[in-house]
Design a protein around this ligand. Structure first.
Ligand code: PLP
Length: 380
């Protein structure tokens, strides 16, 4: 079955009691039992809720996986993966990480005795030399946020597989429409469903998808024990978002490509970060493991004075100045002071994330209007 058909039908079963074509919002905390321990598979809504079950099935389907798990946010999903570890364990991760992931790792888990190596994961040799007997997890983002660096998922899987190291991929930027990490050898795929899966900037949610039944049991145990589960209304919204993922992503990709090329030709723009350029260092791997290049890109102006960057950020009219990404509307963001402010400045600069970097989440509006908006803001 093709992707679009999967997205429309994933997790959808007519409601057994009424035939409702859409899974109802089961706004309930508990489920009545016929006799002690005799129930219909649902006991208490932290452990299971039918709206969440439908969504978890959809998550699995759209990532070509066997099991999906929904969480109250993307970071709660990441947190559940970290809870698989024990003090003394080591993690290898991309140095160009989502700010909230970096904060969770460095400010919370480091103090519980888990050690993190932040490296350039696009260099497989660096991964190989960092692996030791304590390595339990490799955590990748590809493409990375906000510099759009690419890591070869299959290449990393060839290093982790034989050593029983878990490989987890944050697939938020690509979305399942563009990339399926489990098919490339990853053990866990994570999404901030807040972004492309929800797609309408109206919900916070996270998900994990795995193939291994034992791993699913461990993660389900963590999900119900820690309790970071989404409510049924949020599950309903994400189920609805998934139905149009392919249509939205097609437009995000088209608009993203046009704006990337337009920015690159602009005399006032110094550099554009987008993995669809043929001279991008990760282009060949992106071609191999992705089906398109998405709607995320970053750029820097020739004039890198803070006031010029600030002026542009406050001059767009269609691009809203806001954190987050992946919604139908276009957003503009200043990583250094917004999404990535939790990363210490020296570390940020060392990783190539400058104070003048501007990130765009290109929406699904008519691209000419978006280009005109950027033109007037850059010229202002
Ligand atoms: C937003 C985001 C997260 C965190 O997800 P939340 O839903 O905000 O908790 C993780 N990774 C990436 C790449 C993100 O963009």
């Amino acid at each position: 079955m093709q992707n679009g058909t999967q997205y429309v039908h994933a997790g959808a079963h007519p409601d057994p009691s009424t035939g409702a074509i859409m899974t109802p919002v089961y706004q309930t905390s508990t489920f009545v039992q016929e006799a002690p321990g005799v129930h219909k598979g649902y006991e208490y809504a932290r452990s299971q809720n039918p709206t969440r079950t439908a969504l978890e099935e959809a998550f699995a389907r759209i990532e070509n996986g066997r099991y999906g798990l929904a969480f109250s946010s993307g970071v709660a999903a990441t947190d559940a993966v970290l809870k698989l570890l024990s003090p003394g364990d080591e993690v290898i991760c991309s140095k160009d990480l989502y700010g909230g992931t970096y904060r969770l790792f460095s400010k919370l888990y480091e103090k519980f005795g888990i050690h993190f190596h932040y490296i350039d994961t696009s260099d497989l040799e660096q991964i190989q030399t960092t692996i030791n007997n304590q390595t339990r997890l490799v955590w990748l983002e590809t493409p990375t946020n906000p510099l759009l660096n690419i890591t070869d998922i299959e290449g990393v899987a060839s290093l982790t597989r034989s050593r029983s190291i878990l490989l987890a991929v944050d697939n938020t930027f690509a979305s399942p429409y563009l990339q399926n990490p489990l098919d490339l050898g990853a053990d866990i795929v994570m999404h901030s469903a807040t972004k492309y899966l929800g797609g309408h900037s109206d919900v916070i949610q996270g998900c994990l998808v795995v193939n291994d039944a034992g791993l699913r049991e461990q993660l389900y145990f963590i999900q119900k024990s820690s309790g970071a589960v989404p409510g049924p209304m949020d599950c309903f919204l994400v189920l609805r978002g998934i139905k149009t993922l392919h249509l939205r992503m097609q437009r995000h990709c088209e608009n993203g490509a046009q704006i990337a090329h337009w920015l690159r030709r602009h005399p006032k723009v110094a550099k554009v970060y987008w993995c669809g350029f043929e001279d991008h260092p990760g282009y060949a791997i992106a071609q191999k493991q992705m089906r398109g290049f998405g709607g995320m890109l970053s750029f820097e102006l020739m004039d890198q004075r803070p006031e010029t960057t600030r002026k542009l950020l406050s001059s767009t009219k269609l691009f809203a100045l806001a954190e987050s990404l992946g919604g139908v509307e276009s957003l503009i963001n200043h990583p250094a002071s917004m999404t990535h402010a939790s990363i210490p400045r020296e570390e940020r600069i060392r990783n190539g994330l400058s104070d003048s970097l501007i990130r765009l989440s290109v929406g699904i509006e008519d691209v000419q209007d978006l280009i005109e908006d950027l033109e007037q803001a850059i010229g202002s």
